[in-house]
Design a protein around this ligand. Structure first.
Ligand code: FES
Length: 182
């Protein structure tokens, strides 16, 4: 059986450990001094107030954006003349702005004579899509997104949502945009 002779009693060992810890702590503090007296302490209450204020601001901002978007959608129904029907031959495209002057749109006359129109904003990361006559498709150069020109549905690349379609009307001579279908 081994002897315990010479082993430090538990209280002494603990006191030694504490002393060593305090010495290490002092050394650490001298290497990395921190001035608590000049520190501006943030109370739990202040932190909570800040969190509530930030969340409230974010909530209000989001609500405001939602309302603006609603207004925007409502104003997207104004009718606008695009071009004479004869101005676009089958297989060709024409670019225009609708419903606002800074909204880019593309009108395409399909091979069967029908017209389709879309907002040019790619549904992936909002680059502009354009019509590729040879391939008969709508193409986004940013990440090579491809949309079916007949439906606006994505067929290749990263986009997963269809392009916003623009409703059209013809009086036989002219084509009109009559609204945006989200
Ligand atoms: S923005 Fe159009 S594919 Fe990425």
């Amino acid at each position: 059986m081994g002897s315990l002779k010479g082993a430090a009693p538990p209280e002494r060992a603990e006191a030694e450990n504490r002393a060593a810890g305090t010495a290490a702590n002092k050394a650490w503090r001298s290497h990395f001094p921190y001035h608590w007296d000049v520190d501006e302490l943030v109370s739990r209450r202040e932190l909570l107030q800040f969190a509530v204020f930030t969340s409230g601001t974010l909530f209000l901002g989001t609500a405001l954006l939602a309302v603006l978007r609603l207004f925007r959608r409502k104003s997207v129904t104004a009718e606008q003349q695009i071009a004479p029907v004869a101005a676009v031959s089958p297989g060709e495209a024409l670019y225009f702005h609708y419903p606002r002057p800074d909204d880019q749109a593309v009108l395409v006359r399909l091979e069967d004579g029908r017209f389709v129109a879309y907002n040019q904003t790619c549904t992936h990361l909002s680059c502009s899509v354009f019509y590729q006559e040879k391939q008969k498709r709508l193409f986004c150069p940013c990440h090579e997104g491809i949309f079916d020109v007949r439906t606006g549905e994505p067929v290749a690349g990263p986009p997963v949502r269809p392009l916003a379609r623009i409703a059209l009307r013809s009086d036989g001579e002219h084509l009109y945009a009559t609204g945006v279908q989200p």
